[in-house]
Design a protein around this ligand. Structure first.
Ligand code: UGA
Length: 432
């Protein structure tokens, strides 16, 4: 099939590359001339394991194209995927849909023969109706079907999530569009019946409901971790003990710092906002948002407590600053408020992240990036393991820290407290 992906951000690029690998011809379009030029030169703007190889392979095979020419790409394609950003609006919780609607207005001028328009961008329930209203004339002439097909790709695991999805959700009541999308997804859904056709509004809401549920699960385990710290129970045991009940499920029960990234914070806010617009109460989601905000403050307080309030002139190391491993994404990473707070308190902060130096910290005077774990930890008073990159799982701290006494605050519970005690290292985890 011939596909057009509008927007070469995370969603558009990963989906476009993976669709081309399934044998489709894919035109990836972006307004950003530099981005398209650099993609055409083989440079990938995001860090996603495995993406580069698949991209280069399909580019060589001439199944994958990068262009600024929206019109040409649309005219050549049968299915148009809208994959532009829907960030939180300034001074509000709503999703900003201006990029989506701008694309739709352009499409209105271009489309002359039947096309399926699919929103992959995360959009609030009823956005598809609004898109259809803009395209009313085309719809009346049966030249478009507007479909919702949300993505469930995790950063760092996106290729695997695309090829082995738990489900593919397609929201449309058009039999024609549904049949075409089913055949597009056939190579990845053939093993099991993982294709779920629902209403367009249903699909739009499923996306938000999934992310908000996962955020709820994380906040729940994080709050339980606080109780564990007070009662001397290990949160990891609670996760295993409740997670093995299949009704609960073991995944997304890892306690840690506040959840971050480009999706959970933004989508929980937008879902809460949508509920308010429809005069419906989603108090659970509102509480999750609050709980996650509180968690940022709570962990900062804990750092204060670990250092007994004496932060000034201390050397503090961050191992990992991204919101999760296998990505270079810093959006809403909980390391940002932590490092900013500690920087104000006049300590020296050294950080190492496998995805490199971060713009977020470049202007902070006492915050320095180190290119190795050893150099970041060498003279540290406190080592904070913020992100669970594999690189941090087997460190011999006694060997690399050149101080007699230092503290480890393991925010991802990678290390065993008993082993740390045996090594005579002062160790704090989360909920243990
Ligand atoms: C999330 C969803 O998992 C995807 O299904 C969805 O497609 C995506 O948002 C999106 O809407 O585009 P992502 O934000 O890439 O994916 O990352 P997650 O792996 O879900 O992690 C989000 C945050 O939760 C991270 O800060 C992570 O550290 C935290 N987390 C996750 C925990 O603290 N504990 C866990 O057990 C799991």
């Amino acid at each position: 099939m011939k596909l057009c992906m509008i927007g070469t951000g995370y969603v558009g690029l990963v989906s476009g590359v993976c669709f081309s690998d399934l044998g489709n011809t894919v035109y990836c379009v972006d307004k950003d001339i530099n981005k398209i030029e650099s993609l055409n030169n083989g440079n990938i703007p995001i860090y996603e394991p495995g993406l580069e190889e698949i991209l280069k392979k399909n580019y060589k095979q001439k199944r994958l194209f990068f262009t600024n020419d929206l019109k040409k790409a649309v005219l050549k394609s049968e299915i148009i995927f809208i994959c532009v950003g829907t960030p939180t609006k300034k001074n509000s919780n709503s999703a900003d849909l201006k990029f989506v609607f701008n694309v739709v207005k352009e499409l209105k001028k271009i489309i002359k023969t039947y096309k399926i328009i699919v929103t992959k961008s995360t959009v609030p329930v009823t956005t598809g109706d609004k898109i259809e209203n803009i395209l009313a004339r085309l719809k009346k002439n049966k030249l478009v079907d507007v479909v919702s097909n949300p993505e469930f790709l995790r950063e760092g695991e996106a290729i695997r999530d695309f090829i082995y999805p738990d489900r593919v959700v397609v929201g449309t009541n058009s039999k024609k569009a549904n049949k075409i999308l089913q055949s597009l997804y056939l190579p990845i859904i053939k093993k099991k019946n993982k294709y779920f056709n629902t209403s367009r509004r249903g699909a739009e809401l499923i996306k938000y409901a999934s992310n908000a549920f996962l955020a709820t699960k994380i906040s729940y385990i994080n709050e339980l971790a606080n109780l564990c710290e007070k009662t001397g129970v290990d949160i990891k045991d609670i996760s295993v003990g409740i997670g093995s009940d299949q009704r609960i499920g073991e995944r997304f029960l890892r306690a840690g710092p506040a959840y971050g990234g480009s999706c959970f914070p933004k989508d929980t806010r937008a879902l809460s906002d949508t509920a308010k617009k429809f005069k419906s109460n989603l108090s659970i989601v509102d509480t999750v948002i609050k709980s996650n905000e509180n968690r940022k403050k709570l962990l900062i307080k804990k750092i204060d407590k670990i250092l007994k309030g004496k932060i000034k002139n201390k050397v503090i190391t961050f191992l990992g600053v991204t919101f999760k491993p296998n990505t270079d994404d810093m959006r809403e990473a909980s390391s940002i408020p932590m490092i900013k707070y500690l920087n104000k308190k006049k300590c020296t902060i050294k950080y190492y992240d496998p995805s490199g130096e971060k713009n977020e910290f470049k202007r902070l005077q006492n915050v320095k990036y180190h290119s190795t774990i050893n150099s970041a930890c060498s003279n540290s008073d406190l080592i904070i393991i913020h992100t669970e990159w594999n690189d941090f799982k087997l460190i011999n701290f006694k060997k690399i820290v050149k101080k007699n006494s230092f503290i480890i605050y393991d925010m991802r519970n990678i290390y065993s407290p008993t082993k740390m005690k045996r090594l005579n290292i002062k160790y704090f985890g989360i909920g243990r």
